[in-house]
Design a protein. Structure first.
Length: 176
């Protein structure tokens, strides 16, 4: 009888300790999950900050800069935004190889979504365009921008201001 009581006490004691270790394991798993979520949120916020700041700062290709400007210009007139995309694609296909066109269009669409005003794009890319584009290419950029702005009911006031800003930024030879 004493042996049976000792055996029952050992089994109950082992069960209690097993339950305690299980509770401790569950607690450490919960703490680990919470730490993982906090680290994930921190990393995501860091990435978001980096992505917001780098939408325009990482661009060094004048063709990509032009595509971003075209989308930002189209975004200023919400009515013709969906109509502008084929025109932008046509304009971009003149200056980039076909195999790069879709990638440039996708990045430009995304980056232009981060831009509040198309004139900000002009200010950001003015040195790039002046440095890397010839006089004829700069004139062509203005012509392409006018084609994008003319989609739908024609250029609205903000689009006209953005194109005028582009003309001034590209130099005195662009004033008409």
């Amino acid at each position: 009888m004493h042996m049976l009581a000792i055996l029952v006490a050992l089994v109950v004691g082992a069960g209690v300790w097993y339950w305690r270790f299980g509770a401790v394991k569950e607690l450490t798993d919960d703490v680990g999950d919470a730490v993982g979520r906090i680290r994930g949120q921190y990393r995501m916020s860091q990435f978001r900050k980096q992505a917001q700041g780098s939408a325009l700062t990482k661009v060094s290709d004048p063709a990509l800069a032009a595509a971003i400007f075209f989308f930002a210009l189209a975004n200023e007139d919400d009515v013709s935004l969906h109509l502008s995309e084929p025109v932008i694609g046509d304009q971009i296909s003149r200056i980039v190889p076909d195999e790069e066109r879709d990638e440039i269009m996708a990045y430009a669409r995304w980056a232009a979504g981060e831009v509040v005003d198309a004139r900000d794009v002009v200010r950001r890319f003015k040195p790039l365009w002046r440095e890397k584009l010839t006089r004829e290419e700069r004139a062509s950029l203005v012509t392409m921008a006018e084609a994008v702005a003319s989609v739908g009911s024609g250029a609205d006031h903000n689009q006209k201001l953005s194109i005028a800003s582009l003309r001034m930024a590209l130099g005195p030879d662009q004033n008409r």
